[in-house]
Design a protein around this ligand. Sequence first.
Ligand code: GLN
Length: 302
Amino acid sequence: MQSLLNEILDEVRPLIGQGKVANYIPALGGVKPNQLGIAVYSNDGELYHAGDAGTLFSIQSISKVFSLVQAIGHTGEDIWQRLGHEPSGQPFNSLVQLEFERGRPRNPFINAGALVICDINQSRFAAPSLSMRDFVRRLCSNPKIVSDAMVAESEYQHRSRNAAAAYLMKSFDNFHGDVEAVLRSYFHHCALSMSCIDLAKAFSFLAHEGFCVHSGEQILTPRQTTQLNSIMATSGLYDEAGNFAYRVGLPGKSGVGGGIVAVVPGQFSVCVWSPELNAAGNSLVGMAALEKLSARINWSVF
Ligand code: GLN
């Protein structure tokens, strides 16, 4: 595995330069584009990594999985009264479908859906940002994980589109809390700084029938775990979920910080990071690396 990871990074490195670092969040625009890391964590607790796997980056939409897990934990199936689990076929920040579908987001991984999930969590936790940070720390047994206040503030200053989605949902009576407070929590989650190693470990419970070896907690039931993985497989990469299924064939979740996590059920959790994005807002080089890794080991769940 170790030599395979080194080999794959060497093969995909020439693609650096073809994508574009996200700059609609100004604080992310300054990230050095030529970084590349990968980490693979096995259900037996073996860790393999290559490149910049220990470098911290902004997890962005990867945090939507953690928020969803928290919401399922306290509210269970009832969350589906507020949103769906269908792929949207639209960019992550699109508003068109939301108006047509009367403020009910298609799934929890587009921004509108993640905001509804944050709204649900906001009503359950006294300090949603801290409870999320502590949850993530437990999942990967790294007590040093923090949210980058500068990134969160930069997102808040440029919140127009997310605010529009939240207020639109409020107009359809599908948003109950204070919009600005929920946006603050959402950006705080997105601004968590983690490495490929942290994220590969944090996602290992999804490869392990919901059991987290680091905290000893059963985070989700085995059934909830397969359901969550299925939502990642169908919606985790927005309007590129089909392409990801075709090329990689694993449940996955991306973020505009350039990270992509993937789950090989029963075996491994993986995180790859490279900040340059393709047109759909997913890591261009990360996707290529996962495609090669999945093909070489025959990982596709399909
Ligand atoms: N914080 C980002 C946003 O709200 C997350 C988007 C993403 O990573 N796809 O736009």
